[in-house]
Design a protein around this ligand. Sequence first.
Ligand code: NAP
Length: 335
Amino acid sequence: MSPKHPICTKTFTLNNDQEIPAVGLGTWLGSTSPSPSQATELHASLLKALSNGYHLIDTAQYYGIESIIGSAILASGIPRSEITVVTKFWGEWHHDPASALEKSLSSLGLGYIDIFLMHWPNAIRVEKDGSETNLGIDESPTFLETWKVMEGLVGPRCRGIGVSNFTQKTLQALIDGGAKILPCVNQVELHAFNPNLKLVPWSKQRGIHTMSWSTLGGFYPGVENEIFTHSLFKSIAAAHDCAVSVVSLSWAVQRGITIIPKSNLDARVAENIRLVDLSEDEMEKMNNAHKTIKQIHLVDWITAILGKRADGTQLVMGWTKEDFGWEDKEGNWLP
Ligand code: NAP
């Protein structure tokens, strides 16, 4: 961390007038049931982050840590009103988001949630024997049906509602389906190799704020994370006397996107909130990295949620990439 670079205090205003910090802390520990030592470590690192300028925490029911998030926020001594808490519910709750909200409220123990997200557009049906079935895009509850129930949750205990892993296609389906409230946030995979150059301005025009996950390329076994090693990012970092992680994070925030980098290490947490101003030329080079270096969809490496049809078509929790709106019929990437 270079003390030359100040803590980023930038905020964005959402379509429901909520103010959201540009930089928050991600909390996915890579497992749905973290070990006691991971939980202790997370609690300590949350306290450190909160005392070092982070006012936004991103979590999810799926991460199995909402209670740790809640207890760390309470222990921090920072007024609740100064912290934005984002959490998400998983596909098994699409038939009943009101109960999902109660579950998060109870686990977090913070009185209210700032932003409650539908984690993925896909629904899951839990069968009588406990097994799970991924539902197809047109099967009930569809994401539109779920969204319409979510609209009724907005109030003092759920200040804002949003979505995650939506595209122009699925967002447009909400609009065409008569949504009365548009998502205040859409949280998507976004980094230099999957920059979502069209989705971000398209969403902004409609008042939907983009939040980026895996802005640092995440940690996916089998994927070389060139965001830390490629000469493009290293040379921009050298020019600004900042850590290489800061290049990707600054680029996203400069595009009007909220970032939620995750680290267990205090030094990195401190580094990831000290952003720099990139020049137009540097922004352009970053915007083109998906063409000049490589294009990658990290979802392809999240093996726990992948499947295949008999004909070999790749499925992500039962949906094709065309269903999501990531690709067209011919398999061309839709940015
Ligand atoms: P990320 O923040 O892009 O990257 C995290 C990885 O980068 C970790 O391995 C971390 O290691 C390392 N790292 C962080 N800061 C660093 C630095 N300054 N220098 C070097 N390495 C650094 O990836 P992510 O955790 O996948 O995404 C961020 C957050 O987005 C998640 O935590 C979660 O809250 C959210 N998310 C949402 C979805 C969704 O479907 N909505 C999906 C994935 C993630 P150490 O911890 O060892 O430092």
